[in-house]
Design a protein around this ligand. Sequence first.
Ligand code: NAI
Length: 342
Amino acid sequence: MTSFATVAAADCEQVLIVRDRAAGAVAVVAVHDTTLGPAHGGIRRHRYPDLGAAVGDALLLAQAMTWKCALADVPAGGGKAVLLDADGLDRAAGYRLVGRTVERLGGVFLTGPDVGTTAADLAEVAGTTRHVATGDGAGDLAGATAAGVFAAMEALATRLGRGLPGLHVVVQGLGAVGLPLCERLHAAGARVTAADPDPVRAARAADRCGARIVPPEQVLAVPCDVFAPCALGGVLTTAVAAALPARGVCGAANNVFAEPAAAVRLHARGVLAVPDFVANAGALIQGALWHLRGERVGPERLARIGVTAGELLDRAAREDVPPSELALRLARARVARAPAVP
Ligand code: NAI
């Protein structure tokens, strides 16, 4: 988990820590940057070791949303809400607390789903704020994320001198994004190995995609062409990066590198890693363009994620820098160049 030192560096515009004592609920709402437009980011419900870890996670996730918007060419900024899961939490009241906090921000932050948040939870949020995307009009957002990761994976496969047929992909996490990603890969002729602690989800992937299922604790040790992290972030520590038996990395999990040195290590080993905030921008593109402009994005807009990923990998190779470092540099430059929204 993140320390407060990282938090200080994250440089957010607003951070609110709110509490509803009767409900046993504590939430963190972070607005990182609104230079390009109103902040967008979902609500994560997670059990953190302490409040500091929750704040750190919220800030890093909000920051990643800013960079994601910048590189996806979406006129929006980065934000995130985190509801601390705990024994005795009145879940519905916790989500209403998040909603009231978002409402107080008056529209600079539009929230929506993230890990741990269901449609029923979002209905509670929608009872207390207008500034929430419940997914109704925007369509299948997780499906859009899977489509974007798939497009990025195709671009990566080309850079590995391969196509998707026969490509061996290890998918970590078979949830809202991981399973549809497996389905797309299977349909394209890729070979899928997958892991999820939930046996029902694992069985579904085996049935629908012919996936070979491995125990979650073994997933980082399976030799493959591409490792696709689609569970939680922080999976790639420097030690893992030094040993990961893959030629490429491309997945949906946010903040997949536990530390910058891990990205450097992978790059030094010649492992091509598509930056997470490039590969997983599908939901943001589809959700934000719907809510900002009423625009329905088609598959070609999501497929542009593959173009961006490919260009990044090529330029990173030419400049001999980790792709995540290059992506961060480009995103920061785009935000710095933009005129401030009045
Ligand atoms: P989800 O909660 O639906 O699925 C996550 C899955 O990972 C669950 O099935 C869980 O059992 C599994 N899991 C947890 N620990 C694991 C482990 N150690 N090994 C293997 N599997 C494990 O979440 P969702 O929506 O599929 O998102 C996945 C990741 O992608 C998250 O990091 C999320 O922040 C990120 N993401 C999701 C987007 C979306 O549109 N849903 C958009 C952008 C990023």
